[in-house]
Design a protein around this ligand. Structure first.
Ligand code: ADP
Ligand code: ADP
Ligand code: ZN
Ligand code: ZN
Length: 854
């Protein structure tokens, strides 16, 4: 064979230079064997109703294929360690660069991750303190690691950097000392096979596992519970079916519990180990998680813990004077400090530049130390976008879902600028987007549809945005070009904000009473007085960080919840995990007798563990289990409904205890997950799966989408009703068993709403919703609003936090907060009917609302 040194010019177009990603034969989920070409180095918007197949194309096909190729290039042994996506169903994709996904779906988030860590700004801040901080007389200079609670060098020895002290004692780890180790005395150890491994290991190490715990020598008990040693021993499992010897590592109960709490990705595992600990604030570090020597160092007179707590706008002001120092010889301004030297100037300049991007994205009200689980998905995604700007990557496709979610129209402009910067630095930006203002600004649009699920999956249009005007079958077209809906076929620029098409404009309902709150103080709300009208639909507006969620989802929810149910703490999902900041004082509550129930329909996950899912949350799974229990096969075997639950012993797979996955102990990667080797992820044991209902087992049913289940169970009234309401809020595409932790905030919220609707209550319920339209196509927004108006027509009160101006225009009453985010906000700027607020001179919302009210 000839060596291929003189390969001839390839005659066809080089797919990497002709500028297009060409997808052929895409069949992922509902995609109907589609072909589509999308330009690289452009901003491409993927549009279509929820469930039409946008994500299946952008994430499920293009991104997944890019990931798969990356994965193929990784050494085989390392592949096992990387969480593998799936192989997309597609014939061919050419011209595909590497891709990065910035999705909003909430995964389990580590309790240690914060604004500073996800943006890596904390690294720079630490460097600044290390190199340029002011140290106490005689103190040695510290490494930057010393300023991180997440490193061995920096972590407060008491709380290991958590800021909270979770302590263990023999009593907390071994609740029942009359048990032997074999019988499970060490309750804090993991269950199932991992726990058995640990028992095998202690047996091998020569400890007595048969004697009741309390009769063991203290020395042995202390070692097993508290040692830091982790001997690795070769163990022959004593009672295993496949008795292959293996290497096992010992974890004392304390190490296991602390390790799980700090590193496990599974919220349920973290929650489980907390049961075996005493919890309180760490006194030694004041909650900062840092050592005393690090807390003694200051920059601009503040400790790093103090800088972590101030809003980014303030942080920028604090470091700006240093960043703007121009003369090189400014060093040794102060002794024992490098605060004015060149290093300090360079570091603060870099920090300031990066913080500025966050300020531009309207996130200046956040602090570095703010923990990410308290952020909205939209805030989280914008943090990630800003971080990518600095990554220096080029030639990459960024795939994003709804980057405009949670943004006031006034903040959308800077976001577009940032997306454009990503493009200008040589990247492609693919967005799944419902905001028509963003779509108008894209270079290219791919419209998927026409409808959801089976009724969708086709490419209706792929080309420059203006061309969608001529595609009659597109559900997106009338929203993108509203002037056509009125029959006026004008070719002018239609990119003005908000294109109101709402039928309710100008027909506001009258309040049936008032809920008067006064003296509210929390976060940035200071002694605020607000009156909410009852029996109508109210929209609360304002720029990001102005205090809308604090007012509605926290304060209002807590106050009303407390007054309605003085006995129980707070209504479900109404409070955040963080401790209340500031005080709360409600002067009067005269609306009391017009309310008897409070429902918070927020974007918080419907459950924190993969054990809860769509089917369990809506109660639908109860009906399914009853159907299975009523089959002849189940009756013959004596299986009741409980047998078909994965939450209790009996029918579930015991290896994974019904979770469907197990934690795998891997070197370098603590807390990795794999599908359960026993049940392959089905969650049930084989006997349970042998019972069929209409030819399907219970795991099959959990894998069905709402749409297919609605057909499959159409004659089972209790199930059919839940499924119908889920379809009505546009969730037909979700699988019944989809773990709660995988749902987007918007999906979780619509599930809650559907669960509510299915009760069909008349009456005096107060519904609180935080941005219910997130993730919805304008056509679906109309459906959702019709549902909300139905609730109000039935005598209920609905209060929504909202940014979409056509939704705000259709409300009866508007409360606008502002003027800015964080400390610059927290005031009521305008109140009244949409038309009245639209005329306000002070409100930043007014001009956008005015455009939508026309
Ligand atoms: P969109 O992004 O337009 O809202 P998706 O691409 O998420 O739509 O969904 C398109 C269709 O594919 C829906 O009918 C949905 O039921 C189906 N689908 C989405 N994800 C999955 C999945 N993991 N398994 C099976 N079907 C899915
Ligand atoms: P909006 O809903 O209008 O975006 P928020 O109510 O979320 O505004 O935020 C108002 C202010 O309160 C901001 O400065 C924000 O940083 C602060 N804040 C909100 N939630 C928390 C929290 N859990 N911990 C600390 N500060 C918070
Ligand atoms: Zn501490
Ligand atoms: Zn299993």
């Amino acid at each position: 064979m000839q060596p291929e040194t003189h390969a001839p010019e390839i005659p066809q177009a080089n797919p990497l230079t002709d500028g297009f990603v060409r997808v052929r034969g895409a069949r992922e989920n509902n995609l109907r064997n589609v072909d589509v070409d999308v330009p690289r180095d452009s901003i491409v918007a993927f549009t279509g109703v929820s469930g039409s197949g946008k994500s299946s194309l952008a994430f499920g096909t293009i991104y997944a294929e890019a990931q798969r190729r990356y994965f193929e290039s990784v050494a085989p042994y390392a592949r096992r360690l990387i969480q593998q996506g799936h192989n997309p169903k597609v014939e061919q994709i050419t011209g595909l660069p590497p891709a990065v996904a910035l999705q909003q779906r909430r995964g389990a988030q580590s309790s240690r991750s914060s604004v500073g860590t996800v943006t890596t700004l904390s690294n720079s801040a630490r460097m600044l303190f290390s190199r340029a901080g002011s140290y106490p007389e005689g103190a040695r200079q510290l490494d930057s690691d010393a300023f991180s609670p997440n490193t061995a060098a920096g972590a407060c020895p008491e709380c290991h950097g958590l800021g909270v002290a979770h302590t263990v004692s023999e009593a907390s780890l071994v609740p029942d000392p009359s048990l032997s180790i074999r019988d499970g005395a060490i309750a804090a150890w993991p269950g199932a096979w991992q726990g058995k491994n640990l028992r095998d290991i202690v047996t091998h190490l020569g400890y007595d596992v048969e004697t009741p715990w309390r009769e063991l020598p203290k020395k042995d008990r202390d070692w097993i519970l508290f040692t830091e040693e982790q001997p690795v021993v070769e163990v022959t499992p004593e009672r295993d079916r496949v008795a292959k010897p293996y290497k096992g590592r010992f974890w004392s109960a304390r190490s296991y519990v602390l390790h799980t709490l700090a590193d496990s990705k599974s919220a349920s595992m973290r929650e489980r180990v907390l049961q075996f600990m005493h919890t309180g604030p760490c006194e030694r570090c004041g909650g900062s998680g840092l050592r005393a020597d690090a807390l003694a160092v200051t920059f601009a007179g503040r400790t790093i813990a103090e800088l972590n707590a101030v809003p980014l706008t303030e942080l920028a002001d604090i470091i700006r004077p240093t960043a703007e120092l121009t003369s090189a010889g400014t060093a040794s301004r102060r002794r024992a400090s490098g605060e004015g030297d060149e290093v300090a100037v360079a570091l603060t300049r870099d920090l300031l530049q990066r913080i500025t991007v966050l300020l531009e994205l309207g996130l200046g009200y956040l602090a570095l130390g703010r923990s990410t689980p308290t952020l909205s998905p939209g805030e989280m995604q914008r943090l990630r976008i800003a971080t990518q700007l600095r990554s220096g990557l080029f030639g990459v496709i960024y795939v994003l879902d709804e980057p405009s979610a949670g943004l006031h129209p006034a903040d959308a402009e800077p976001l577009l600028t940032v997306l454009d910067q990503l493009r200008v630095s040589g990247n492609s930006v693919f967005v799944v987007e419902h905001n028509m203002d963003v779509v108008h600004r894209a270079d290219w649009v791919v419209d998927v549809g026409p409808r959801a699920g089976e009724g969708g999956g086709e490419i209706l249009y792929s080309g420059p945005v203006a061309g969608l005007r001529d595609v009659p079958g597109s559900v997106t077209r009338p929203f993108l070009f509203p002037e056509q809906a009125d029959g006026t076929d004008d070719d002018g620029d239609s990119s003005e904000p908000g294109s109101g098409r709402n039928s309710r404009n100008g027909s506001c309902r009258e309040a049936a009473g008032w809920l008067e709150l006064s003296g509210i103080s929390r976060h940035n709300l200071r002694s605020l007085d607000v009156d909410f009208p009852l029996g109508v639909l109210t929209a609360v507006t304002g720029v990001s960080g102005s205090g809308k969620s604090t007012l509605v989802s926290q304060v209002l929810a807590e106050v009303v919840g407390e007054r309605l149910h003085p006995r129980d703490a707070a209504p479900e999902g109404a409070t955040t995990a963080d401790s209340p900041v500031g005080s709360l004082n409600v002067g009067s509550f005269p609306g009391r007798n017009q309310l008897d129930r409070l429902v918070t329909v927020d974007q918080k996950p419907i459950g924190r563990t993969p054990r809860s899912n769509l089917a369990t949350y809506t109660g639908l799974f109860d009906a399914v289990r009853k159907e299975f229990a009523a089959t002849d096969e189940a009756r013959a075997r004596g299986y009741g409904a409980g047998r078909f639950s994965f939450n209790v012993a009996g029918g579930r797979c015991e290896t994974c205890q019904g979770e469907g996955f197990v934690a795998v102990e891997l070197l370098f990667l603590p807390g990795s997950y794999g599908p359960c080797p026993e049940c392959g992820g089905s969650r049930f044991n084989p006997e349970t799966l042998e019972v069929l209902y209409r030819g399907r087992n219970v795991a099959d049913v959990l894998r069905m989408t709402v749409s297919s289940a609605a057909e499959f169970l159409s004659d089972v009234p209790s199930a059919a009703r839940s499924l119908q309401t889920l379809l009505e809020v546009g969730l037909g595409y979700l699988r019944l068993g989809q773990p709660a932790t995988e749902l987007s905030g918007g999906e979780a919220q619509r599930i809650k709403l559907a669960t509510e609707m299915q009760r069909a209550q008349r009456g005096h319920t107060l519904y609180l919703l935080d941005e219910p339209t997130t993730g919805l196509h304008p056509a679906d927004v109309e459906l959702l609003m019709a549902q909300l108006h139905r609730l109000v027509d039935a005598g209920n009160t609905v209060i929504v936090v909202e940014h979409k101006m056509d939704v705000v225009a259709s409300a009866d009453w508007v409360i606008d907060l502002g003027p800015a985010g964080g400390d610059g906000g927290g005031e009521v700027m305008a109140v009244g009917t949409p038309a009245a607020v639209a005329r306000s001179k002070k409100s930043r919302t007014a001009p956008y609302l005015a455009a939508a009210c026309r």
